[in-house]
Design a binder for this molecule. Structure first.
Ligand code: ZN
Length: 250
């Protein structure tokens, strides 16, 4: 009897430690409260979502509006960095982030975090993102049908082959990140949505929505505009998969 109990106890301990190991990582989300109000709303909703998820899945989630926290000393405490609605503010922060990624850090970027144009002047980031420059957007924000490109990836696991994403402002990119041989596109805007928008209309084009540059531990997710983003169980599952994949993989 004692032997059986001991055996159960050990099994339980091994199981618990395996689970803990699976999800034991620290996430830092950076955001700004002085940007477009719809992007601030998203950041607040995201912080609530990831705080709850962290409690459920056993990882640590911190958030800050102080982008000076993008420095070597602080970054070494975290396995995943999230940019919710903004990007580094100066050269020092950019440099620390590059070093962090080069040393095996992981990044999750939402919506405007991937925004770049001719004024961005950060070639490293453009290459990191997969070479797509912001090209156009849809307005007003609308729901859209999305297509999952590869349902076997950890990020798209248990996500249906296509689903309706909640109201978002959708971005188009030129060139499409799909043309980059290092990019793996996971979710794409269904062309059946076109023309998408009323004031600003996306009429055509291959528009990836979720992708990773396989040279890095990174994922870009175009969702992130307004206070409706976390209203879809399916899409929430995608976000959960994303952070677990970035945090837990070797
Ligand atoms: Zn937006």
């Amino acid at each position: 009897m004692i032997k059986k109990l001991l055996c159960l106890l050990i099994t339980g301990m091994v199981f618990t430690s395996a689970l803990a190991q699976d999800v034991k990582f620290k996430v830092l989300a950076l955001y700004t409260t002085t940007v477009e109000p719809d992007h601030v709303d998203f950041a607040h909703d995201a912080i609530k979502y990831f705080t709850d998820l962290a409690a459920k899945r056993g990882f640590t989630f911190d958030s800050t509006t102080n982008w000076k926290n993008l420095n070597d000393d602080n970054l070494k405490n975290y396995q995943v960095i999230i940019w919710l609605n903004d990007f580094p503010q100066d050269e020092l922060q950019r440099t620390a982030f590059v070093k962090y990624m080069d040393n095996g850090g992981a990044w999750l970027g939402f919506h405007v975090a991937g925004y770049n144009d001719q004024y961005t002047k950060w070639p490293w980031f453009l290459s990191f993102l997969g070479s797509g420059v912001f090209y156009n957007n849809s307005w007003p924000p609308l729901p859209a049908k999305l297509i999952v490109d590869d349902g076997n990836h950890a990020v798209t696991k248990d996500i249906p082959a296509s689903f309706i994403a909640p109201i978002n402002e959708w971005y188009g990119w030129r060139p499409s990140p799909r043309l980059n041989k290092d990019v793996k596109v996971l979710v794409t805007l269904d062309p059946k949505n076109y023309p998408l928008g009323k004031k600003d209309i996306i009429r055509e084009g291959d528009i990836p929505v979720v992708w990773t540059n396989t040279k890095y531990k990174m994922l870009y997710i175009n969702m992130g505009h307004g206070d409706q983003i976390f209203t879809s169980e399916i899409q929430n599952k995608l976000f959960e998969n994303a952070v677990i994949w970035l945090g837990a993989r070797k």
